[in-house]
Design a protein around this ligand. Structure first.
Ligand code: SAM
Ligand code: SF4
Ligand code: SF4
Length: 368
């Protein structure tokens, strides 16, 4: 396959570089008219990703390798987790500060008991875009109750169609068929379009790129390829494991011609490309090769209530203590404004310039 990359990559190089650029000035000017909380780089606080648990029933080798997250690993105790009431209160206050999109994540969010209760509590904010990222293992059983609770859409992570490759990557021998059933059920109950995220790791699942594209093309689901990232300290990341999006796009273009599509909104993480034959689109999340810090509008809340303003942040701000000290809403809101008002993060840009080597936290702790 690498020969093919070599042959087709130059053909796509120009359109790829000409793909929609992410301009922070345009972003700032396109904001809603309400007073918007911005960081010193002009980036509004638009998205909140909430990890509801640090536990997971998978041990994906690039995220929670078994050697580290084994039987003895100390996960958070139940009382350390934010309760649904605490999460609900924070979401209300973040929403007041301009957050328009909330993504529930983890660990594996569907292993948190009665998650549909939380969805129900959040769904009443009907101008809030509420979604969830899952490994799909429990989705077939849970899709309907999540939809009934008010969830609108779901993103499912799936790294291969080939069963042996998938089982090796999730490292708990989980069959691909069950995830596909979960995707179908989600779509059938109306959690659509389903977005499917595939992390591509060189030498591990790059041979699955075309089978995945072929399978999801024309299905109504949107496949997105994610560059393997250097999150955390346990996944043994090396640059040579990254398959650049440009290379993936070239491979797909050679088989199924694609053209760039406009972003749905400014600050969108995935670059959209549509199939020329009208059979849908694919996305590329190029966190390593095309840093998008300049339009990054996302904050992340860990399962124990620490707020991180970057996926690669080394320290979070403790909101749980404040909530449990019965601080009034104004005090919590002031902390949100204070944290965002000082935010300078741009890790991926610095990585691109070779200027960083920081201790980092794990993706399963902070959520994707
Ligand atoms: N367990 C859920 C799941 O897998 O969808 C939600 C949490 S998971 C941490 C969120 C996303 O992060 C998944 O799509 C996963 O593939 C992605 N992810 C985890 N580690 C990654 C890494 N090192 N590089 C790129 N993406 C990663
Ligand atoms: Fe679990 Fe998701 Fe991490 Fe895989 S990527 S180990 S499913 S949290
Ligand atoms: Fe956002 Fe940090 Fe990722 Fe840059 S490195 S895009 S600031 S999360």
């Amino acid at each position: 396959m690498s020969g093919l990359y070599f042959l087709v990559a130059p053909r796509l190089a120009a359109p790829w570089r000409a793909a929609p650029t992410r301009n922070p000035d345009t972003l700032a000017h396109s904001l809603p008219p309400t007073p918007v909380l911005q960081d010193p780089r002009g980036r509004p606080l638009h998205d909140l990703r909430i990890s509801v648990t640090d536990r997971c029933n998978f041990r994906c080798t690039y995220c929670m390798p078994k050697e580290v997250f084994g039987r003895d690993f100390q996960f958070l105790e139940r009382e350390a987790l934010l309760s649904f009431g605490e999460i609900h209160r924070l979401v209300r206050l973040f929403h007041d500060q301009g957050v328009q999109k909330v993504r529930i994540t983890g660990g594996e969010p569907l292993v948190r008991r009665k998650l549909e209760r939380l969805i129900e509590m959040l769904a009443y904010m009907d101008d809030l875009d509420l979604t969830l990222t899952t490994n799909g293992s429990l989705l077939r059983q849970k899709a309907r109750e999540l939809r009934d609770a008010g969830l609108k859409r779901v993103t499912v992570s799936l790294d291969a169609l080939d069963d042996a490759t998938f089982r090796a990557m999730n490292d708990v021998d989980f069959p691909v068929e069950k995830v596909l059933e979960g995707i179908n059920e989600a779509s059938a109950v109306g959690l659509a379009p389903v977005k499917v995220n595939m992390v591509v790791k060189r030498g591990v699942n790059e041979h699955q790129v075309l089978p995945m594209a072929r399978y999801f093309k024309g299905s109504g689901h949107i496949l997105r390829f994610i560059e393997f990232m250097d999150v955390g300290l346990t996944n043994g990341w090396r640059m040579e494991h990254v398959v650049p999006s440009a290379e993936l796009a070239a491979v797909i273009n050679a088989e199924f011609p694609i053209e760039p599509a406009d972003p749905n909104y400014l600050g969108e993480v995935a670059e959209r490309w549509r199939y020329l034959d009208g059979s849908g689109e694919v996305g590329f999340i190029s966190s390593v090769t095309q840093a998008f810090c300049s339009t990054c509008t996302r904050a992340r809340l860990s399962a124990e209530g620490k707020l991180y303003t970057c996926l690669f942040a080394t320290q979070g701000t403790d909101f749980r203590s404040l909530l449990r000290s019965e601080a009034p809403d104004e005090e919590v809101s002031a902390l949100i404004r204070g944290v965002w008002g000082q935010r300078q993060d741009r890790y991926s840009e610095l990585r691109s310039s070779g200027a960083v080597n920081l201790p980092k936290i794990e993706m399963s702790y902070i959520g994707g």
